[in-house]
Design a protein around this ligand. Structure first.
Ligand code: VGL
Ligand code: ZN
Length: 200
């Protein structure tokens, strides 16, 4: 039995001055670094898109960021171009301690499918491999922190709960995009899935 800290997408593009900035996204970094010592395993995830990704508004003729389109797997919010593979924006924030991470999961590389969750792409069936890794390492409990609370953190937490992990989200070490009520809706869905929501 062990526990893992899943640090979701603490990348330059999600921090102030990034391409898809999350308000106060950088304020969570020091507490996350400090929390790493409390867990057996630290996992980092990294949003990692090809330049022409179908979640980018720029991939369509008449769309703008935050419009919604229908993809084969359901509704998809369109985003500004962000976390392009190899770009500075896709790098972890320079203050994030990445040395304690045993594994880094990259997601969103398929140009046709977005991937908010650290476990499955948005088609809900294509695995990232994280579940296999955590199972092999006998992880039973996961705590999620990072960016953004209402997208990648929430999708990861709900998948983790459905996969049978005991799941905690630390809101004090996460920040939200909160577009059109998305934060409240995500907290509601996480609670219904059995995720423990904590504030510190
Ligand atoms: C994320 C939107 C698009 C996230 C990633 O990390 O929450 N949000 N790509
Ligand atoms: Zn993305």
């Amino acid at each position: 039995m062990s526990d893992a800290l899943l640090v979701i997408d603490v990348q330059n593009d999600f921090c102030p001055n990034g391409a898809l900035p999350v308000v106060e996204g950088d304020l969570i970094i020091q507490p996350i670094n400090a929390a790493m010592d409390d867990f057996d395993i630290v996992v980092l995830t990294q949003d990692w898109h090809p330049a022409s990704h179908k979640s980018f508004a720029s991939s369509y003729e008449n769309k703008k960021p935050f419009d919604i389109v229908e993809m084969f797997y359901g509704n998809q919010v369109l985003w500004p171009d962000h976390c392009i593979q190899g770009s500075v924006g896709a790098r972890f924030h320079p203050n994030l301690n990445h040395e304690k991470a045993e594994v880094i999961i990259r997601k969103g590389s398929n140009p046709a499918v977005d991937s908010y969750s650290a476990f499955f792409e948005n088609d809900k069936v294509t695995p990232t491999g994280l579940h296999g890794y955590l199972k092999d390492r006998e992880v039973t409990d996961v705590t999620l922190v990072g960016l953004a609370t209402d997208f990648c953190v929430a999708f990861s937490a709900i998948d983790a709960a459905n996969l049978g992990y005991s799941v905690t989200v630390r809101l004090d070490m996460a920040r939200a995009i909160d577009n059109g009520g998305s934060l409240n809706s995500a907290i509601d869905k996480m609670s219904k899935a059995g995720v423990n929501i904590e504030n510190g």
